[in-house]
Design a protein around this ligand. Structure first.
Ligand SMILES: Cc1cc2nc3c(=O)[nH]c(=O)nc-3n(C[C@H](O)[C@H](O)[C@H](O)COP(=O)(O)OP(=O)(O)OC[C@H]3O[C@@H](n4cnc5c(N)ncnc54)[C@H](O)[C@@H]3O)c2cc1C
Length: 549
C-alpha cells in the first residue's frame, strides 16, 4: 500500500464520505470571500480501503449492473448535489444525472395493486376502507391521507401547505422556520404541544381512526419517519413520500460523484489517504499550535503521526465515540467532554438493512414491468426491481430495504448462522458465499434467502414464479445516524472557539438521511470558519441557497 509521505498539513479532514470529500474538494478548489484561492494543504484520512462512506455503488457480480448498497437517489430541490452533478461532474466527465423513477405497487391480501396516480384513490388502487362510521378517510390513498393530515395541522396553527408548495426552492427553509413554533391545536392529550416535540406517529394516532392509522402504517416503507419529530415527518410526507416526487440519481451510481471528488483533490495536490483510521488526536505540547493525529494504518498494523493546524471530523457520532478516550476534548477528565458528548448523543441512531438478490431472469417483468417498487406489510416491506442492461446476464432485486424495528427481524435470521458460540456456520446461501467473500460483501444466509423468496412469492400473484437467486447479499447499516435539531447543530460545527476542531457530516445536519445534509453541513463549516465563498457552480448570485441550521 502506498503511504503518502506527508507529515504536516494545514487542514486534516477525517473520513472520506460525502462530507469529508466535499470539504476537501471545496477547500482546495474554491475561493475565499476575497476571491483568492485558500492555498492550504489539505489531506483526508479514511479508515477503510474505499472512499464514499455510506455511498457505495458496486457491481455485485461481473454480469450485473452497479447497485447502491447505501444512498441511491436525491431530490430535485437539493441544490448542491444537483448542481455538483450537472454543472460540474457531467461537464467534466461522461457522467450524467438521470431520473430515478419506479412504478409503485402495494401488496394487499394476495393482490398487487397499482399505486394511484391521482391524489384521490380510484376503485382499482390502494385505498382506505375504514369501517368506522362516517370516516372521512374512506376511499383516500395513503398520500391523500397524509397530505390531508399535514394540511389540517398546519392550517389549525395558521399556516398553509399550499403556500409552502408555491416555492419549492424555499420550502426546506420554511419548514425549518416553522419547526420552532408550529403548535398542535387540537383538543386532547397533545393540545398546545410544540410539533417538534411530538412524533409523526403520535399525530397520526390522534388524527386518524384506528383502522385508517393501521392502513397508513401498514403500507409505509420507512419506520424511522414515524418516530421522528412530527415537523420532520410532515416535510417527508409531502415532499418525499408522495406519488409525484421525482427523484434523481447518477447514471452508473452515485459513487461516480465520490470518485470525481477524489480525482479532483489529488489533481490539485491534496491527499486522499485510504486505510488511515484516526486513533486519537492530542494537542501539540511543544508550544506550537495545532494537533498531533495518531493514525492506524491498515492492513499493516502500523501507526503514523501527522501534525495538523486544523482538524475537521467528518465522521458520524459513532466514529467519534470510538476514538481513543485519550483524545483531546474527549478525555474523561476533560471538563468539556460531557458537554460535547451530550450534543453528540442527541443524534438518534437509525438502523437500516438492504438485502440484494441476483437472478438469471427478471421473473417479475411480465407482471410489474422492467423496473418497479413493491410495498407490503410483510417484513420485506419494500423491494426495488432494478432495470438491467441487456449486456448484463443477471438482474437484480433490492428484495428488502428496511429501517428501525424491522431490522431486528432480519438480523435474527442472519444471526441463525451462528452456532451459539459466536462461530459462523457455513450456512451462507449456495455459491453466493464464495463470490460475496471474494468481493468483501456479507452473504445472506440460507434462512434469509428462503424467507425472502417466500415473501416475494406472497407479494406476487400465483401466476408468477419467483426463481432461485444466484447470489444474495446482506448489507447492515446499523449505525446510520438520524436527527439533529437546531438546538445543537451550529454548536457541533465548532464546539469550542479556542480550538481548531470542527465537525461536519449528515448526522449534524437538518437533512438527515440525505447526501445533501452531508454537503450542506460541510459547506456551513467551510463558509463559517474557513471564510470560503459559495462556489460559482452553485449559481447563488441572485439568491443564496439555504444551507440549514
Ligand atoms: C441504507 C442507506 C440508504 C440511504 N439512502 C439515501 C438516499 O437514497 N439518498 C441520500 O441522499 N442519502 C441516502 N442515505 C444517506 C447518505 O448515504 C448519507 O447522508 C451520506 O452518505 C453521509 O455522508 P457523511 O460523509 O456525513 O458520513 P459517512 O458516509 O458515514 O462518512 C464517514 C466516513 O468516515 C469514515 N470514518 C469513520 N471513523 C473514522 C476514523 N476514526 N478515521 C478515519 N475515517 C473514519 C468512515 O469509514 C466513512 O467513510 C442513505 C444511507 C444509508 C445507510
Amino acid at each position: 500500500m502506498e503511504v503518502p509521505q506527508l507529515e504536516n498539513v494545514d487542514i486534516a479532514v477525517i473520513g472520506a464520505g460525502a462530507a469529508g470529500l466535499y470539504c476537501t474538494y471545496r477547500l482546495l478548489t474554491g475561493l475565499d470571500v476575497d476571491g483568492n484561492p485558500k492555498n492550504v494543504s489539505v489531506a483526508v484520512y479514511e479508515a477503510r480501503q474505499r472512499i464514499g462512506g455510506r455511498i457505495n455503488s458496486v457491481k455485485l457480480h461481473r454480469n450485473s449492473d452497479a447497485v447502491e448498497l447505501g444512498a441511491m437517489r436525491y431530490l430535485p430541490n437539493q441544490k448542491i448535489i444537483n448542481s455538483l452533478v450537472e454543472n460540474v461532474i457531467a461537464k467534466a466527465t461522461d457522467a450524467a444525472a438521470t431520473d430515478f423513477e419506479f412504478d409503485s405497487f402495494y401488496h394487499e391480501d394476495g393482490h398487487c395493486l397499482r399505486r394511484p396516480l391521482s391524489f384521490e384513490a380510484t376503485e382499482s388502487t390502494t385505498q382506505c376502507t375504514s369501517s368506522k362510521n362516517g370516516s372521512r378517510w374512506v376511499g383516500k390513498s395513503i398520500d391523500g391521507i397524509l397530505e390531508t393530515v399535514v394540511s389540517d395541522v398546519l392550517m389549525a396553527d395558521g399556516f398553509s401547505l399550499q403556500e409552502l408548495r408555491n416555492d419549492p426552492s424555499k420550502s426546506h427553509q420554511k419548514w425549518n422556520e416553522m419547526t420552532q413554533t408550529l403548535t398542535y391545536r387540537f383538543t386532547g392529550p397533545y393540545e398546545n404541544w410544540l410539533l417538534n416535540n411530538m412524533s409523526l406517529d403520535q399525530v397520526l394516532r390522534d388524527q386518524l381512526d384506528k383502522e385508517t392509522y393501521e392502513f397508513v402504517r401498514r403500507y409505509d416503507a420507512y419506520d424511522s419517519t414515524y418516530y421522528s419529530s412530527a415537523c420532520y415527518g410532515f416535510e417527508v410526507c409531502v415532499e418525499d413520500f408522495t406519488h409525484n416526487t421525482k427523484y434523481r440519481t447518477v447514471k452508473g451510481g452515485l459513487g461516480i460523484a465520490m470518485r470525481y471528488l477524489e480525482d479532483e483533490i489529488t489533481r490539485v495536490g491534496g491527499k486522499v489517504c485510504r486505510g488511515h483510521k484516526l486513533h486519537a488526536f492530542v494537542k501539540n505540547r511543544t508550544g506550537a499550535s495545532g494537533y498531533k493525529l495518531i493514525l492506524d494504518i491498515a492492513p499493516r498494523n502500523t501507526r503514523r503521526e501527522v501534525f495538523a493546524q486544523n482538524v475537521i471530523l467528518c465522521i458520524p457520532p459513532r466514529g467519534i465515540e470510538l476514538l481513543d478516550p485519550s483524545s483531546h476534548l474527549f478525555a474523561k477528565d476533560s471538563s468539556r467532554n460531557g458537554f460535547l458528548r451530550n450534543a453528540l448523543d442527541s443524534v438518534r441512531r437509525i438502523p437500516g438493512i438492504k438485502l440484494y438478490l441476483l437472478f438469471k431472469e427478471p421473473w417479475w417483468k411480465n407482471s410489474l414491468g422492467r423496473k418497479a417498487r413493491t410495498v407490503t406489510d410483510l417484513p420485506i416491506r419494500q423491494s426495488f426491481y432494478l432495470p438491467s442492461e441487456e449486456k448484463f446476464g443477471l438482474s437484480t432485486v433490492l428484495a428488502s430495504y428496511v429501517d428501525m424495528d424491522t431490522c431486528s427481524w432480519w438480523q435474527n435470521w442472519q444471526a441463525k448462522a451462528d452456532d451459539g458460540n459466536g462461530n459462523k456456520r457455513s450456512r451462507a446461501y449456495q455459491s453466493s458465499a464464495v463470490r460475496c467473500q471474494e468481493q468483501g460483501y456479507e452473504p445472506a444466509n440460507s434462512f434469509v434467502v428462503e424467507e425472502l423468496i417466500a415473501q416475494l412469492q406472497q407479494v406476487h400473484s400465483e401466476g408468477v414464479d419467483v426463481s432461485r437467486p444466484v447470489m444474495a447479499v446482506y448489507v447492515d447499516w446499523s449505525w446510520k445516524p438520524g436527527a439533529k435539531g437546531w438546538e445543537v447543530a451550529p454548536f457541533t460545527r465548532r464546539p469550542f472557539l479556542d480550538e481548531n476542531i470542527f465537525i461536519a457530516g449528515e448526522a449534524y445536519s437538518d437533512r438527515h438521511g440525505w447526501i445533501e445534509g452531508a454537503f450542506c453541513s460541510a459547506e456551513l463549516v467551510i463558509r463559517e470558519w474557513f471564510s470560503m465563498r459559495a462556489p460559482e457552480w452553485l449559481d447563488e448570485e441572485e439568491e443564496p441557497y439555504y444551507l440549514g441550521w
